[in-house]
Design a protein around this ligand. Sequence first.
Ligand code: COA
Length: 154
Amino acid sequence: MRISQANEDDIADLARLLWLDTHHEEPAQQSVDAFAAELEDWWATHRDSHLAFVARLLGPEIVGMAWVALVPRVPRPGATSRLSADVQTVFVMPEQRGQGIGSALVDAASQHATHLGSMRVTVHSGRRAVPVYERLGFESSRQLLQRVAPRGTV
Ligand SMILES: CC(C)(COP(=O)(O)OP(=O)(O)OC[C@H]1O[C@@H](n2cnc3c(N)ncnc32)[C@H](O)[C@@H]1OP(=O)(O)O)[C@@H](O)C(=O)NCCC(=O)NCCS
């Protein structure tokens, strides 16, 4: 397995995985190609804040991805470049699951965020993926709270 940071050459593959991850939830479906063009535009303006890590096996195609969003924190005196990070959109092709690819991707994304200075890496996990994060050192915290928008408002 090879894990690397994604670049613009990976956009078509990333779009394909994002499409596979979510297209069953979207009422108005969009073609992968149309979405790839939108993703390219979006990433052009979010490249500093949103990094993706991708996994390959023997071939050139991407079989999994993990995104991490870097969140600049309000400065403190003497510390003006504080960061935290949020792992987002972890997806492994269904036929390649259970071999440690998802774990390796989350670990790479989290380590990179820490290396860049993030004091904390968070994730909003799906129910079944909780053990993946726990094995990598993520812990529930009583002090990390969320307020969810009422259904239908966003
Ligand atoms: C979660 C996911 C990325 C894990 O990828 P993976 O390469 O199989 O991960 P690993 O091999 O490192 O770990 C396997 C663990 O994934 C979890 N898992 C297995 N199937 C899963 C599924 N369909 N959905 C979510 N988690 C799953 C289990 O905890 C499993 O642990 P186990 O083998 O002890 O039962 C992958 O299952 C996936 O893409 N799921 C759909 C999208 C998703 O749920 N993403 C996470 C939201 S943050």
